[in-house]
Design a protein around this ligand. Structure first.
Ligand SMILES: Cc1cc2nc3c(=O)[nH]c(=O)nc-3n(C[C@H](O)[C@H](O)[C@H](O)COP(=O)(O)O)c2cc1C
Length: 410
């Protein structure tokens, strides 16, 4: 096998006992925090922002240091660091994998960020179903506190109620505050007015997990790995019709073929790949014979695709796109918070129409309604949940119209 993983966030996976801070320390853990604390704060942020060019791994690909500098320069003494481990995206299980293998790396990254922006409160928001990661994180925090490593930072784990929209950063903040998890209008951005109205940095688990190695190995080391515009690595959660489903961390100049064919072993025996849904349920499909494309964030975007959270759902030739879309639309209808009408009512209608395709009673009118809803919701929904809810449908219809047409009444 020619393609190898490059492990940064997962560097300790399988090498340390995730319940032992001694193992983590023996592997060089918390050296980065000590080094960061010897660095002037603005310099540290400048390094993360402009020299390392670390970008968010939670889906939006935003410059991490830019967020940190925004929160640092915001007025107000109290500041929050929030780590997003809601991970409600179907087919995404990388944050869980990081924590189950090494809960200390993300904690060290959070503590470095807290030092950088002078935050004395840090919250790791974990979906409630993630019982094992929650236990591991709480145990790891207790050990770090015993060793005096958390300093003046009050670091705690908040178990969410397990709703997809809780992963959207402003809905997450409302949930932390005890309110309904509904997205808020931006601006103000969380870096100005976040948790409890205080300046807040929200970053993903994988994003924070890269920070210790950037501090230890230097920004040049990091920015020279992978694609220069989205440097470093990305963890892919591969599931579906492949031989070896799982998490793989690759330099960002890899191709989708490297992930699927080389590391995940390709389609299961006797089958061919029909389509890949890259990025999660709100993202489009790629044809099975088009997988020789770069996984770098911006080049995918230019090609009209999305890296999203790094979910890679592989579908073989036996899969019917109508059934895929039915599952996705019902998922979104269930997860819509109901705040805005286009999302709430649009998804209700979309489910009714796609169900007719499954029953074999769909007409041209049902197809037209789904196509119209795709356009309308993409532009008129309040938050990206609704805006992306029909992306999978429009992409599936564009690439595999026959799957839909054969189910329509002639
Ligand atoms: C519906 C929805 C769900 C999201 N779920 C997650 C999630 O589970 N984890 C996550 O890190 N980001 C999620 N995001 C993105 C966050 O809003 C935010 O961009 C991210 O946490 C920022 O971290 P990063 O810059 O380190 O990527 C979601 C966004 C939307 C619209």
């Amino acid at each position: 096998m020619s393609v190898q993983e490059t492990r940064i966030a997962l560097r300790n996976a399988g090498r340390i006992n995730p319940e032992s801070i001694d193992d983590y320390i023996n592997a060089g853990g918390f050296e980065a925090l000590a080094r960061a604390k010897q660095t002037e704060r603005d310099r540290l942020i400048e390094d993360v922002e402009n020299a390392s060019k670390l970008r968010g791994r939670g889906g939006a690909g935003f410059n991490t240091g830019f967020k940190w500098s925004g929160a640092r320069s915001s007025e107000g003494k109290e500041k929050y660091i929030v780590c997003n481990c809601d991970e409600g995206e179907p087919g995404t299980f990388k944050d869980r994998y990081i924590i189950e293998n090494d809960p200390f790396t993300v904690i060290e990254g959070i503590l470095i960020a807290a030092y950088a922006v002078e935050a004395s409160d840090a919250i790791i928001y974990v979906r409630g179903e993630y019982e094992k990661p929650i236990g591991l994180l709480r145990g790891a925090i207790a050990q770090a506190e015993e060793r005096g490593l958390t300093g003046n930072v009050n670091l705690r784990v908040y178990a969410g109620a397990g709703s997809y929209v809780c992963g959207e950063e402003t809905a997450l903040l409302s949930s932390i505050e005890g309110g309904r998890a509904e997205p808020r209008l931006k601006p103000p951005f969380p870096t100005d007015k976040g948790a409890f109205g205080k300046p807040t940095v929200v970053n993903n688990v994988e994003t924070f997990s890269n920070v210790p190695m950037i501090v230890l190995n230097g920004t040049d080391w990091f920015s020279n790995i992978g694609n220069p515009d989205y440097p470093g690595t990305k963890i892919f959660s591969v599931s579906g019709d492949v031989k070896k489903a799982g998490c793989y961390e690759l330099a960002t100049d890899a191709t989708l073929a490297d992930v699927i064919l080389e590391l995940a072993g390709g389609a299961t025996d006797g089958h061919t790949i029909k389509a890949i849904q890259l990025g999660g349920s709100s993202c489009g499909y790629i044809r099975g014979n088009d997988i020789d494309i770069s996984v770098a964030f911006d080049s995918l975007r230019k090609a009209g695709k999305s890296l999203g959270s790094g979910a890679v759902l592989v579908l073989d030739e036996t899969r019917d796109m109508v059934l895929q879309i039915q599952q996705i639309l019902h998922f979104f209808a269930h997860e819509s918070c109901g705040k805005c009408t286009p999302c709430r009512e649009g998804l209700y209608q979309a489910c009714k129409r796609i169900d007719r395709f499954v029953e074999g009673t769909a007409s041209r009118d049902d197809l037209d309604m789904l196509l119209a809803l795709s356009d309308l919701m993409a532009s008129d929904c309040f938050c990206p949940l609704g805006q992306g809810a029909l992306t999978a449908f429009s992409s599936a219809f564009e690439l595999f119209p026959e799957d839909f047409e054969q189910r329509m009444v002639k």
